[in-house]
Design a protein around this ligand. Structure first.
Ligand code: IMP
Ligand code: MG
Length: 204
């Protein structure tokens, strides 16, 4: 299937919703997107389910630290923590493994380290998407060295293409297709992070 301009793609995915079509074209600036993969309603439903599952997975006295991997997880984390109806703390990590292209460079740089103490706390590392697994493979080992009481991974999207993922996520929003996805925090060269839905880009 060929690629579509924003408004056209949206009207196909949303039926005859002119409102959605207009919003799609506005958000993308008319740039080419391939298709909408997850609508904002689908995402909200999964985020609610995951929040509920997380809240029920720990004893009441557990000190939980939700650690979002920036920048891609910023919208997911902000929606998710509001669905975890119990006391938690929230902080972020900045790790970068991608340049401006669509291929992982394999290098992971830690650009910001959380201020929050990790030792003895139940860590939930929140990732936007697991692709090659490089980011998590490098990062989780470093976090484990700080001796958290437990460590779980929550990923909004999992492509299931990582050849040797060392830690599998406990909570996954969607098993994602192996396409380059943007929106709801995910970018391509910093574009499209603010889309309220997740779309795929045309193959390069
Ligand atoms: P990994 O280290 O290859 O698993 O990639 C993880 C990071 O790469 C994610 O946190 C994203 O920032 C980025 N990434 C991987 N796949 C995609 C994609 O399809 N769209 C946008 N960003 C992606
Ligand atoms: Mg990125």
């Amino acid at each position: 299937m060929g690629s579509m301009r924003g408004a056209e793609a949206s009207s196909r995915s949303y039926g005859s919703s002119h409102e959605a079509a207009r919003a799609f074209a506005e958000y993308s600036g008319g740039r080419e997107l391939h298709r909408i993969v997850y609508s904002s309603a689908q995402i909200a439903e999964r985020v609610r389910d995951i929040g509920l599952a997380i809240a029920g997975a720990y004893p009441a006295e557990a000190e939980i630290l939700v650690l979002g991997l920036l920048k891609g997880s910023f919208i997911f984390v902000s929606d998710l923590v509001r669905e975890i109806r119990r006391p938690i703390h929230v902080d972020f990590l900045v790790a970068s493994s991608y340049g401006s292209g669509m291929e992982s460079s394999g290098e992971v740089q830690l650009l910001y380290d959380p201020c929050a103490p990790v030792e003895g706390r139940h860590l939930i590392v929140v990732e936007d998407i697991i692709d090659s697994g490089t980011t998590l493979n490098r990062l989780i080992g470093a976090l484990m060295a700080r001796e958290p009481a437990s460590l779980e991974i929550c990923a909004l999207l999992h492509k299931h293409v990582a050849p040797n993922l060392q830690w599998e996520p406990r909570w996954v929003g969607f098993d994602a297709p192996n396409e380059f996805l943007v929106g709801y925090g995910l970018d391509h060269a910093e574009d499209f992070r603010h889309l309220p839905f997740i779309a795929s880009l045309p193959a390069a």
